[in-house]
Design a protein around this ligand. Structure first.
Ligand SMILES: Cc1cc2nc3c(=O)[nH]c(=O)nc-3n(C[C@H](O)[C@H](O)[C@H](O)COP(=O)(O)OP(=O)(O)OC[C@H]3O[C@@H](n4cnc5c(N)ncnc54)[C@H](O)[C@@H]3O)c2cc1C
Length: 379
């Protein structure tokens, strides 16, 4: 069995002692004139120092952190403050501190469904990546062999699938090839033709903006196709799932078939965020976009993928001269060995509008974005 940190009660918010893992990025400007108080605070040295002290050795804090490092699309300007707490108690303390100073917070998981604008994100970006607890406990007596899974928000969907498979537990086969974190998966009700989070989730634990906890039942989560009613201003910290016993060979066969199907249909080797638009009722966004003849359409660094019309991919590495572009991340060179360069949210948003208006004028259907937008335009 995997170990897990137990979920602390609200009262266990730690008052954390000393400073630690602050990145070497400069703290930047002091209070910026003309900003609302909370936004100014996020840029002030005093608030940055205070937040670093709150986090101490319970997580990581970075300042003016480029968000293209945290999105699979490799697009996004800097977040004033990026923080990745390693415990729920630390996350509670971070939220309480931000709330007290009226500093706005938003949350990201693995960034696989995100388009962050070029101007970046004002305030604090909370990353769930440090919340990695995963616990399996026996399920109810009436479902022999079943297990309840308590999985923290930062656990990857791949880890959840592999740990369930290792225990001969079925129910999350639908995650084969779906990237992301469990927190993002719950918010998005991520899924495939094999199922979605809605099918296995019994409860979701979140933190409100002031750091207090709330536990929601399945019905209260309001899961719908690629979405949920989970409030946008809360941070999901843990999902509780119910998985049933299933022969491992059957699980593996389903996952293999799903992965092969995806491999044959999806673009590879280019930064992307999966499907950009939700499928309209009774149809497929990809079919509509392809029928408009838009496959391969490019605006700057954004392209409607030739392999799948519902995927808009970042082709900045192909259209730019890499020697004149900033490296994606010197500390984490791209695995491919090629120099990847950040793409442009502006180009991507223009292409989105181009696709939407073409589909609207030809079919009278207004495509809805599946990818979530964060941040502000570059000045
Ligand atoms: C190659 C590829 C294939 C994909 N295939 C599929 C697919 O088959 N099916 C599918 O459904 N999706 C698919 N996606 C989209 C994506 O993987 C899912 O939407 C995934 O669940 C997003 O999780 P994430 O952790 O990356 O969330 P993020 O992209 O980081 O965030 C998505 C949204 O959730 C919010 N959020 C994230 N974590 C939390 C949290 N802890 N608390 C509160 N809010 C939070 C964010 O604010 C944002 O609004 C694909 C993406 C890629 C890149």
């Amino acid at each position: 069995m995997s170990s897990v940190s137990s979920v602390p009660s609200v009262s266990s918010v730690s008052s954390v002692p000393s400073v630690s893992s602050v990145s070497s990025s400069p703290a930047g400007a002091s209070t910026a004139p003309g900003f609302p108080a909370g936004l100014s605070a996020a840029r002030s040295s005093a608030f940055r120092q205070a937040l670093a002290e709150v986090v101490a050795d319970q997580g990581e804090v970075r300042f003016d952190e480029p968000m293209f490092r945290h999105t699979t699309l490799r697009i996004g300007g800097p977040a004033d403050i990026w923080v990745a707490p390693r415990s729920i108690a630390c996350l509670q303390a971070v939220l309480s501190r931000c709330c007290a100073s009226a500093v706005p917070c938003c949350v990201v998981g693995a960034g696989s469904n995100l388009l962050v604008r070029d101007g970046g994100i004002r305030g604090v970006v909370v990353s769930s990546e440090g919340l990695r607890g995963l616990r399996f406990l026996p399920g109810p007596d009436e479902l022999p062999g079943s297990m309840q899974v308590f999985v923290e928000a930062g656990v990857s969907t791949g880890k959840l699938l592999s740990e369930a498979t290792r225990r001969d537990l079925g129910g999350v086969e639908f995650l084969g090839g779906v990237p992301g974190s469990v927190g993002g998966g719950l918010v998005m009700n991520a899924g495939t033709y094999l199922g979605e989070f809605k099918d296995v989730t019994t409860q979701v634990r979140s933190l409100r903006p002031d750091g207090s906890q709330v536990l929601r039942s399945h019905a209260e989560c309001g899961f719908v196709y690629r979405g949920s009613a989970l409030p946008r201003d809360e941070v999901i910290v843990e999902g509780q799932l119910l998985l049933r016993p299933r022969p491992r060979a059957a699980i593996e066969a389903d996952v293999r078939a799903l992965r092969e199907r995806r491999k044959a249909r999806e673009p590879h080797g280019v930064p992307n965020a999966g499907s950009f638009f939700k499928n309209p009722a009774g149809d497929f966004a990809g079919r509509l976009i392809e029928a408009c003849g838009l496959k391969g359409t490019r605006i700057g660094s954004a392209e409607v993928a030739t392999a799948h019309a519902n995927w808009i991919v970042n082709v900045a590495s192909q259209v730019a001269d890499p020697s004149t572009q900033p490296s994606l991340d010197e500390a984490e060179p791209p695995r491919s060995g090629r120099t990847l360069v950040p793409g442009s949210a502006r180009d991507t948003l223009q292409l989105i509008e181009h696709v939407r208006s073409a589909v609207l004028s030809r079919f009278g259907i207004a495509l809805e974005l599946e990818v979530r937008l964060l941040g502000e335009d570059a000045p």
